[in-house]
Design a protein around this ligand. Structure first.
Ligand SMILES: C[S@@+](CC[C@H](N)C(=O)[O-])C[C@H]1O[C@@H](n2cnc3c(N)ncnc32)[C@H](O)[C@@H]1O
Length: 361
């Protein structure tokens, strides 16, 4: 297995297809072209703005399945360390058309959740709301969609309600650095669990790395992907930590994106951290596979980021029987049980919760 494979939920896929059906092909193609031109020249000042419905539809058709897959993979890593935990509240900052809330709804389908999506782009908010309505039986119908700009005039970061889960997916790169830091500090105060996702580029990684440092400084514990809260062992400029999520494309999606493959690999960088409760057993995985495993004759080479030994390569030979078979099946981004000495008990989820309806600044 080379990358996590994720499909957009059927309800969302059907809603997206219905949306695209209503948009003339040429209009969709030119909106996608405009959007991509914006992303190619991306800078905080020049990030593409979802100005109208065509832009928002193009974003939903062109990017949302991929951002959904990335944020879903990151949330699954968090959920794997918090079995039994279901967030009772979810705030998605810069949520756009709602990729992260769809991902959360799939991972934690049970329980009443107060879901809030906040974004500065009216057309994205409107479309997100519409997608939910187009999806019969969607658990997201009660979500609140709020038109709001975060940190337009620093340091005026909006008051964020305390909530169990805060996601910030593919947004940090659109914020000027000073605003970005203030937003990360604000989500560190607001969320019992915080998941930040960025494109899997060197710059995206650096933004996640800087944000991770701020989350740790604010007292949160990193649960994924890092196996520890210490300094990232990667020498800046030499490499970057990122993962891949395989996204299957619908025929319609392929038409809009102009591709022929039935899938694409979305590269992403992320961090998932929690505010520790009294449970001292809260631990991340002992080691993570940080590169695509290399299959050799009778061997699997795993590049690992480990809790105690930093980055290292482990060669798992056929002689190791079950471990070899596990290594052969292991995927980039998964955890690896390097040694039975490492306990990998999951965190007790009960403590990861904000209660009350306080608001932090
Ligand atoms: C690349 S899109 C990501 C959308 C969504 N989170 C996802 O993963 O698909 C970035 C979003 O951030 C929003 N955004 C950028 N700067 C913002 C700000 N200052 N306040 C609120 N939203 C912002 C944009 O409007 C856009 O919807």
């Amino acid at each position: 297995m080379t990358s996590t494979s994720l499909s957009v939920p059927e309800q969302l896929r059907a809603a997206l297809d219905r949306l695209l059906d209503g948009l003339p092909q040429r209009q969709a193609a030119s909106a996608v072209e405009r959007l991509m031109a914006g992303y190619r020249g991306q800078s905080p000042a020049g990030a593409p703005v979802l100005r109208d419905r065509a832009d928002a539809v193009a974003y939903a058709a062109y990017r949302m399945p991929a951002t959904f897959a990335a944020v879903s993979a990151a949330l699954r890593r968090l959920a794997a360390r918090l079995p039994g935990w279901t967030p009772g509240g979810h705030l998605d900052l810069g949520g756009g058309t709602g990729a992260a809330v769809w991902a959360a709804a799939e991972i934690w389908p049970d329980g009443d959740r107060e879901t809030v999506v906040l974004d500065r782009a009216g057309p994205a908010i409107d479309l997100g709301r519409e997608l939910v309505r187009l999806a019969p039986g969607s658990p997201l119908r009660a979500a609140q969609w709020r038109l709001e700009s975060i940190g337009a005039t620093p340091p005026a970061i909006p008051a964020l309600p305390l909530t169990d889960l805060v996601t910030v997916s593919y947004v940090l790169g659109e914020l000027p650095e000073a605003v970005r830091d203030a937003v990360v500090d604000a989500v560190a105060r607001a969320g019992a669990a915080v998941v930040l996702v960025e494109p899997g580029t060197p710059d995206g990684y650096l933004r996640i790395r800087a944000a991770r440092d701020r989350l740790v400084a604010a007292g949160l514990r990193v649960l994924a992907p890092c196996p520890h809260d210490g300094a990232c062992p990667i020498a800046v400029g030499s490499d970057w930590c990122h993962f891949a999520a395989r996204v299957s494309r619908s025929a319609l999606h392929r038409r809009v994106k102009g591709g022929v493959l039935p899938y694409e690999d979305e590269k992403f960088a992320y961090v998932a951290a929690v505010r520790p409760g009294p449970d001292p057993a809260a631990t991340p995985d002992p080691a993570r596979i940080v590169r695509r495993p290399l299959l050799r004759k009778g061997q699997v080479l795993l590049d690992l980021c480990t809790r105690d030994e930093g980055l290292r390569r482990e060669t798992v030979s056929k002689r190791r029987g079950p471990e070899y078979r596990a290594a052969r099946d292991a995927g980039w981004g998964e955890s690896w049980p390097v040694s039975p000495d490492y306990p990998s008990e999951p965190v007790s989820g009960q403590d990861v919760r904000h209660t009350g309806d306080q608001t932090v600044q």
